[in-house]
Design a protein around this ligand. Structure first.
Ligand code: M6R
Length: 616
């Protein structure tokens, strides 16, 4: 949440900061600001609302923008205080000599503020972050050394932070610090960059230093020095960034979300590539470090994740129990961390996260690591904090996902869970490679990319249904068995981007309460895969129809009963129950997308959301 960009070099800082912030808009977008260093003066510009507002403010400051080659910028997702200009970053000390941008939450900000008020600090905003500006400035008065001031300040701060600070008397440096919030330093020739995420700087450099927790760095145009909190100089570890700049283009689509939905067939090919060759070969997962012995000793699996990743994990539970036959629990990380959970060295903990930076999931992983459990991370960001905490890593290779609503990363997570399940099953029971059901599942997985394409190549009927139902205020999604998570994910997609109140239920639960809400104003969308639970879901649809609910079916089966029962039916290619979640969801993503589009919503940046939720 929130985005940070910094630049020090010979180019126009304002242009690099604005561009960088635009690539971080998916992390938060309720206000933004920059601080530009000019000859021994720091100029601050802020604007509430979208980044365009700041762009406009800066367009009237060409004189300053032309002169400044050092600066820091921030795009905010409000935690403390409204998204106003006053609360936007950068924040300053009383005299404006020191500026700071901050990602994270300062938990002891009230105590620090009370202390700082005694020294005459005047607070202008309602944010926790402003405390950091006053605190660093207060420490600076003692030594006139920004690095030392930052080091003393972070020792007093509790919570999560990525800080970027400048002082007007030291125009040749930016000082940064990190704890529980990502921060990287992009290394250039005669210039250096700072960012809270790769997209902000990938256009300029592929070389970066990932700052670790409790590290502080002094960044100049020709040098980067990293220190621990005791002031010891640490070695710079320069790594290559894993993305290409082209990943950040809409490629002619109206929204990133639509582009990312359409990318899913290729994403599926990527996920499988090198891991699943043909239906009769074993699955190869090079980075999974579980030995045969480890796997044979694992007596339970716990999956922890949030949001869409949690829904992928729910599908994982079905298949892990079905094939690997290991009892599997799944829980939202935010709940998991506040329970007396039972995990030990015989527990395999699977953390799933698109970003790899979700605070609740990181906390949960840290907790179980202390209990000796093997932590396997399934993430789209092999460079993330979670990936670095993992014992085993399963990168999902979906490519950078810009739209706040997760789509292609979900499909990639699902396929990775299928691969992991098959991999574990073949280790636990070598003969399973010859099992008919497993061979047929692998065959279907290899065919999946083409089936996804069949859906994305012709969206006419989905668009028509979207148009017809875009006026409804509420929706219910129902399914049973392995598609129950699909109903949750479909409903989440719809509510996230269209703000329509949509809820997913297991179809069997409908009559235990939710049915009370059904009438002609509440459409029910049913996922009907021809398989074990098909007839049961059909009966639940009859029950809904009897309450005059409008019915939409998503099915892989042509059934003459559909005509009388459903108001609309969306047909998908034939697929087994087991793999159907990976195909059904594509229809629901497109439906949510086109409904939001008809309603004119801001699809890629829905209100109140952020792509990466780095606060608990
Ligand atoms: O990066 P993560 O997968 O850990 O993020 C988890 C959720 O915040 C995320 O899935 C969220 O629900 C998305 N907005 C879903 O579209």
């Amino acid at each position: 949440m929130c985005g940070i960009v910094g630049y020090i070099g010979d180019k126009k800082a304002s242009e690099i900061l604005l561009k960088g912030l635009s690539y971080l808009e998916y992390r938060g977008y309720d206000s933004s600001g920059v601080a530009l260093m000019t000859r021994n003066k720091i100029e601050i510009f802020k604007a509430p609302g979208k980044l365009n507002n700041l762009r406009e403010v800066l367009s009237n400051q060409q004189n300053i923008c032309n002169r400044s080659t050092v600066g820091i910028g921030h795009i905010r997702w409000a935690t403390h205080g409204l998204p106003t200009e006053l609360n936007a970053h950068p924040h300053t000390c009383n005299c404006g000599s020191l500026v700071v941008v901050h990602n994270g939450i300062i938990e002891n900000y009230k105590e620090l503020k009370n202390e700082l008020l005694k020294y005459g600090c005047e607070f202008k905003s309602q944010t926790d972050s402003e405390v950091a500006a006053h605190l660093i400035a207060h420490e600076f008065q003692k030594t006139k050394d920004l690095l030392a001031a930052m080091t003393s300040a972070v020792k007093k701060i509790q919570g999560a932070y990525a800080f970027c600070a400048m002082h007007k008397t030291l125009p040749d440096r930016i000082v940064v610090a990190r704890k529980n919030a990502p921060l990287i330093i992009g290394v250039g020739e005669g210039e250096n960059f700072i960012a809270s995420d790769i997209p902000a700087i990938i256009e300029y450099t592929k070389k970066a230093i990932y700052l670790n927790d409790n590290q502080i760095a002094e960044v100049k145009k020709n040098s980067v020095k990293i220190f621990d909190t005791d002031g010891n100089l640490l070695e710079n570890k320069i790594e290559m960034l894993p993305f290409e700049p082209v990943a950040l283009s809409k490629m002619g689509y109206k929204h990133y979300m639509l582009k990312e939905i359409h990318e899913q067939s290729d994403v599926a090919r990527n996920v499988l590539s090198g891991k699943l060759k043909d239906p009769k070969s074993p699955v190869v997962l090079e980075d999974v470090k579980l030995s045969t012995n480890d796997l044979k000793n694992i007596n339970r699996i716990q999956i922890i994740a949030c949001g869409t990743s949690l829904h992928a994990g729910l599908v994982g539970k079905y298949i892990l129990e079905k094939f690997a036959k290991i009892p599997t629990d799944i829980e939202a990380s935010s709940e998991y961390i506040y329970r007396d959970t039972i995990a030990d060295k015989n527990t395999l903990v699977i953390g799933i996260s698109q970003s790899g930076e979700t605070a609740d999931t990181i906390t949960a992983i840290k907790q179980v690591r202390e209990k000796g459990s093997h932590v396997l991370i399934i993430t789209n960001r092999p460079d993330s904090t979670m990936a670095r905490l993992a014992d085993s890593l399963l990168p999902v290779n979906a490519g950078i996902e810009v739209s706040v609503a997760a789509t292609k990363s979900y499909t990639a997570q699902l396929l990775s869970l299928y691969l992991l399940t098959l991999y574990m099953t073949q280790i636990i029971d070598e003969k399973s490679v010859n099992d008919k059901e497993i061979i047929s599942l692998k065959q279907e997985m290899l065919e999946l990319p083409n089936k996804i394409e069949t859906i994305t190549n012709d969206t006419t009927s989905i668009k028509a249904v979207a148009k017809k139902y875009s006026g409804f205020k509420d929706f219910i999604f129902i399914a049973r068995g392995i598609n129950y998570p699909t109903s949750l994910e479909g409903a989440l997609k719809l509510k996230e981007i269209s703000y329509i109140n949509a809820t997913g239920y297991s179809a069997g639960e409908l009559k235990h309460g939710p049915i009370a809400m059904l009438d002609e104003t509440m459409p029910v969308l049913a996922i009907l895969n021809k398989g074990a639970v098909y007839d049961k879901v059909m009966s639940n649809c009859e029950e809904a129809k009897a309450r005059q609910a409008k019915l939409i079916g998503v099915s892989n089966y042509i059934d003459r009963k559909h005509k009388d029962l459903f108001d609309d039916i969306l047909l998908i290619p034939n697929i087994s129950d087991t793999l159907s979640p990976a195909l059904n969801i594509v229809v629901l993503q497109l439906l949510a997308y086109y409904i939001a589009e008809y309603l004119g919503k801001d699809v890629d940046q829905p209100r109140n959301l952020a792509k990466s939720v780095t606060v608990e």
